[in-house]
Structures are given as structure tokens and as C-alpha cells.
Design a protein around this ligand. Sequence first.
Ligand code: SF4
Ligand code: SF4
Ligand code: SF4
Length: 285
Amino acid sequence: MVDELRVYRFNAGSCNGCDIEVVSALAEHYGLQNVRVVEEVEEANTMVVVGVVTTKTESHLRAAYEKLQDPKLVIAVGTCAVSSGVFDGSYSVRNPPETYIPVRAYLNGCPPSPHSIVSALRALMARQDSEWTAPKGYRGLPVVDAEKCTACGACAIACPASAIEIEEADEGKIVRYLHDRCISCATCELVCPEDAVRLKEERHPLVAEREKARVETKFTTVQCPVCGSGHITERHLDVIVERLKEKEALKAAAQELRERSKLERTCKIRQLAVGKQLLFKLGYG
Ligand code: SF4
Ligand code: SF4
Ligand code: SF4
């Protein structure tokens, strides 16, 4: 428990979106007790970092941290500060703040709402990262239902924040949600053809360890009987076959597709003729 948070705002390279929300959160309206903003870092015991760390601000960030009073609490606020977000890899953008100074907690969002920031500061004061309660209006973070997901990759293509990865692994595919990059836009929810992903409040944006902000699900793939490679998940194949079966006339074609689909897309031995025959059957049979 910390009796009072004396907050110094460090703008590492933000668009000001997060900074404005931090200022709003510290206004009287939100009723934060025992939290005040200070203008000089030497008077602060807490630092709120917003924006990406850049080549110009990296040394200033280190220097500011050194001047903080104990217990030197640092919270990275906003997806830019948490993971560099969509700016990761830009020529002037350095690594996220924890590379240079110890970070106590990460609060993502683009920007996080004042309610989220207030809730995070309260949790920080109580030193209870796990006790964070979803504030009013919080949209949540995406949670994948492994029973429904086919690992089709539609969500990864559509995500504007590059927060979803589909990885081809040994005998399977991995669907990885990078919550430290997520901006809770819900595009994945909209595009998912299987209704397999939902934004849920139970995944909250304040985490003390970055690994906890990355969630992955592994799916086994059907193996190509010719070369042994896998490219489509069992679940994806089942879904395609079920949809074809919905039309009585296509039952036989569905069975054939099940067999043909096991062939790896890049398999050298696979004949173009196989695909042509099947398309002919589906179109004119
Ligand atoms: S997270 Fe969004 S609002 Fe915050 S600094 Fe980055 S771009 Fe701006
Ligand atoms: S779009 Fe839906 S089914 Fe496809 S990988 Fe994403 S969560 Fe899974
Ligand atoms: S809600 Fe979904 S689409 Fe939007 S940033 Fe997060 S992972 Fe990407």
C-alpha cells in the first residue's frame, strides 16, 4: 500500500491522445484520493509514461527515473508506451520503456479511458495488480474460443494494430493474440466467420508482466498423405465439410473434398488436374 501517489507525466513520444486522458483522469471529477500531479520529477514517487520511446527521449527517460523518489512506481499508459504498437520498428522508435527502466504495470488502449487510468492508479496504490476491476465503459480484450476457432487467419489480416499472429508450427498452427498491442477496436470480433472471438472484460489491460499479455492457442493440422506437411486445421476442414453437407446434393463432393484437402497446397506432387476435376464436379456435377 502506498499512502500517496505524486505523479510525474513523462511524454516519451505520444500523439497527445494518452496524455489528455491522463490529465482527465487526474481531474477532481473522477474522485481519485491521495493522488496529485507534480511538475518536477524530483517531487514524484510515480511516473506515468505515455507514447513511444524515441531516440531523443530515451536518455531523458532514464534520467527522470533516477530522480524519482521511492517506491519509484512506473506505469506505461497506452499501447504506444506498452509495446510501441504500430510504430514498432520505425527508424526513430526505440524499445518499450522496460528496456531502460523498471516498469511496474502496463495499461494498454489507444488511448485508455480516464476510467481505466483511474482504476489502474487505484490498483497501483493498493499494489494489487490482480485486483483490477473493469471500469465503466471498458470494452475488454479479445478472448478466443478454441472450440470454435479454425485458425483461418481472417482476424490477423483485418487487425489494424498487428495484434494477432498466425504461426505455422510443427504439426499445427498457433493463433496468438498480443494484448499488449491490442487497441480493443473489436474488428476481429466483426470479421471472424466462426463467431470464435469476443471482447471480454475478464481480460483486463493492467498487467504486471508482459508475457501475461500474450495469449496463444495451438491447433493440430491435417497432414498431407503425400509429403507429410500440414496446412489446414482439423477444425477448419470439419467446418468446410459441414457447410457442404448442408446441401444434400453436395455430400459426395464434400467427402471428396475432405480427401483432396489433405493435400498440401505447395506439395510438388499434387496435380492441377485434381483441383480442376473437383471444381468441375462442384460447378456442373
Ligand atoms: S496509444 Fe494511441 S492515443 Fe496513446 S499515444 Fe499512442 S497513438 Fe496516441
Ligand atoms: S477469424 Fe476467428 S476462426 Fe479465424 S483465426 Fe481468427 S478467431 Fe480463429
Ligand atoms: S480488438 Fe482485435 S482487431 Fe482490434 S486491435 Fe485488438 S486484436 Fe486487433
